[in-house]
Structure formats: structure tokens, C-alpha cells
Design a protein around this ligand. Structure first.
Ligand SMILES: *Cc1c(COP(=O)(O)O)cnc(C)c1O
Length: 345
């Protein structure tokens, strides 16, 4: 397979057109035949539901090359399941989960020349998304939708490599209590843009959101779940009372990796911001598809600065071990659980 002539080691995290996208339309109560297209723009009605009432959900996963040269992706069945859950919350039709995985395979295979080589640090980012194309003027769910997958080669999300970042505490919320914080939808991201811009203006890499009901518990950042290590070396994973933490596939995988591959104790429970302030944790990290785990050195709330002593400058030992084990599984160097690494070509 002839690869595209790209500077694989220096790709930005941004969009570029590839050869094909995947499209499937929903009409008259059913999904049509999916197909590949070379047309990377689309025309929709001015009255399409997406434009007025924000019926849109998305997913994100990566396709990449393993050490032995296979093109694979990681647990796409969980992206299919999560997109079904997101769609259900916004009264959108569910795209069948087996069809989702087949579509991911089809579009990645067609764009094999764009999959970065092993060791380049780059991946082919796969973005399935679905939106209302049917006309709505009264407030109700649309009756026509498009499911689409675009793929684009990307470099690392955080440019600083393993340099630990500083988070701020978000001044306002990205989702209402018992709202939509646990679904992957553009509307949550729209709500996070303003607090995110303010965080950047104040010198923070990201915001840490507290629960919007009591502002007492730690939730996650705008686009990544947060993990802590306590003084006993346990992995502490924040849980939400109000179901407003996005169920990160990386986080769920790291919980398994910690328990079954690193012999660690994992504690999934609500975590108070106060505990973080008290210095109860020695490491902190952000997890998501793009970065796997990236280290958080400090969190600042007004004048108070919390430092994570074992990972203030770069990843601490526990985060490092978790990351190398998960990336080892993803690369095929470590045999992971059945079905995690799915072969495409
Ligand atoms: C996508 C996303 C994550 C990370 O989830 P992964 O499945 O691990 O990529 C975390 N938080 C939010 C809000 C997200 O949208």
C-alpha cells in the first residue's frame, strides 16, 4: 500500500480531507444502504433540525498501525454503543451497532494510504457523527438524519509531550444537573467553549468542571476524564451522582488495565474537590482517545494551587505505567483482552 506523502512526524491536530467519507441516510423510519463518497461537503435544508434544535451526536476513535504492520482500531463496539446511548437521549434513531463497526472498517480500509506508520506518533482520527437533516420548525425531533464518518490523519493532541499541564476550575457549567453531560454531543462542546476560552486566557490548559448541582464534586474536563492516584497508590476514578461524566472508553480500559495488568486497586467513587485541595492525591491525569493519559501537575482555584507531588513536571510513576501498558496493548506488543484490538487490514 502506497502511503500519502505526508510529514507523519509533524502533523498538527487538525482536519485535512482524505479520499473517502462514509454516508448513510435515515428516512421513512429506516436506515438506507451506506456508501463511500469522495464529496466532502454537504447541502442541507435551511430548516434542518441540526441547525435549529441541535440534534447532533458524535464519536471519536483512532485507526493506527501496530508494530507488526497491521491497521487496527481500538474497541469500536464501545463507540457504537455510546453513540446509540447519545442518540437515544436526543431522540435520534440508533445507528445499528454492527453496521457502525462495519462502516468504520470500510472507511478506514478505503483510506489506508492515510493511516500513519507505526512509531510516528500520529494516528488516523475517525469521527463518526449523526445529525438531523429533516425540516423542523415546531420543537420536535426531526424525521430524517444522516450518519457520516470522516477520517483525518492527526498528530498528538497535546504538543508538550509528557509535560504536565495546569488546570483551572470552570466558572460555569458545560451541562445542566441530570442533563446531557454523559453523552457525546456537540451541544455540550458548544457550552464548554466560553469557559474553555476563559481558562486559556488565564493560562490554564483546560478546565476542571465541578458537579453543577452542588459544585462540591470533581467531574471531568471539557473533553477528557480525570484520574487520581492516592497516597496508598490506588487509582481513584471520580464517579458522578448525576450521571454527568462522559463514559470515556480510555478510562474504562485503564480501569481494567490497572486491575488486571498492573495489580492495582481501583476505587470508583465520588471525589470531593475538597479532597483534592487537602492534598490527598499524589498524581493526576487526563484520559481520552487522543492522549491516552496526559499528566496534570497542578490545579488552580483562585489563589489556591494544588500540586501533585509525584507528577508535577511530567507523568508520575503510576500514570506512566498505566499509559505504557495500554499503549503496549494497542500497539500489539502486549496481549490485551479479547476483542480490544480490531483488525481492519
Ligand atoms: C470523548 C470524550 C472523553 C474521552 O472519551 P474516550 O472514549 O476515552 O475518547 C471524555 N470526556 C468528554 C466530554 C468527551 O467528549
Amino acid at each position: 500500500m502506497e502511503k500519502k506523502d505526508l510529514d507523519w512526524g509533524n502533523l498538527p491536530f487538525s482536519y485535512m480531507k482524505t479520499d473517502y467519507s462514509y454516508v448513510c441516510n435515515y428516512k421513512d423510519g429506516e436506515w438506507g444502504e451506506g456508501f463511500l463518497t469522495e464529496d466532502h461537503s454537504l447541502q442541507i435544508s435551511e430548516c434542518a433540525g441540526i441547525l435549529h434544535y441541535c440534534q447532533e451526536v458524535f464519536e471519536g476513535l483512532k485507526a493506527y498501525t501496530t508494530e507488526d504492520g497491521r491497521i487496527v482500531c481500538f474497541r469500536p463496539d464501545l463507540n457504537a454503543q455510546r453513540m446509540a446511548d447519545s442518540a437515544e437521549r436526543l431522540c435520534m434513531p440508533v445507528f445499528p451497532q454492527d453496521k457502525f463497526v462495519e462502516a468504520v472498517k470500510m472507511v478506514v480500509k478505503a483510506n489506508q494510504a492515510w493511516v500513519p506508520p507505526f512509531g510516528s506518533g500520529a494516528t488516523l482520527y475517525v469521527r463518526p457523527f449523526m445529525f438531523a437533516t429533516g425540516d423542523v420548525i415546531g420543537v420536535k425531533p426531526a424525521d430524517e438524519y444522516q450518519f457520516r464518518i470522516l477520517v483525518t490523519p492527526v498528530g498528538p493532541y497535546f504538543k508538550g509531550g509528557d509535560t504536565a499541564v495546569t488546570l483551572g476550575i470552570a466558572k460555569y457549567d458545560r451541562a445542566a444537573p441530570h442533563g446531557t453531560g454523559n453523552i457525546k454531543a456537540g451541544l455540550n462542546y458548544a457550552m464548554s467553549l466560553k469557559p474553555g476560552m476563559e481558562a486559556h486566557a488565564n493560562g490554564y490548559a483546560e478546565n476542571l468542571y465541578l458537579d453543577s448541582q452542588s459544585r462540591t464534586y470533581v467531574e471531568e474536563t471539557g473533553g477528557a476524564n480525570v484520574l487520581f492516584v492516592d497516597k496508598e497508590g490506588n487509582l481513584v476514578v471520580p464517579q458522578s451522582f448525576t450521571d454527568s461524566i462522559l463514559p470515556s472508553i480510555t478510562r474504562r480500559s485503564l480501569v481494567t488495565v490497572a486491575k488486571d495488568f498492573c495489580d492495582m486497586t481501583v476505587i470508583e467513587r465520588p471525589v470531593k474537590w475538597e479532597e483534592v485541595l487537602n492534598g490527598d492525591f499524589v498524581e493526576c491525569g487526563l484520559c481520552g482517545t487522543a492522549a491516552v493519559i496526559s499528566p496534570v501537575g497542578h490545579i488552580e482555584d483562585g489563589e489556591t494551587v494544588v500540586t501533585f507531588p509525584d507528577g508535577a513536571e511530567t507523568s508520575g510513576p503510576v500514570m506512566k505505567k498505566l499509559r505504557s501498558t495500554l499503549t503496549g496493548i494497542q500497539a500489539g506488543a502486549i496481549q490485551g483482552p479479547e476483542g480490544w484490538v480490531v483488525e481492519i487490514a
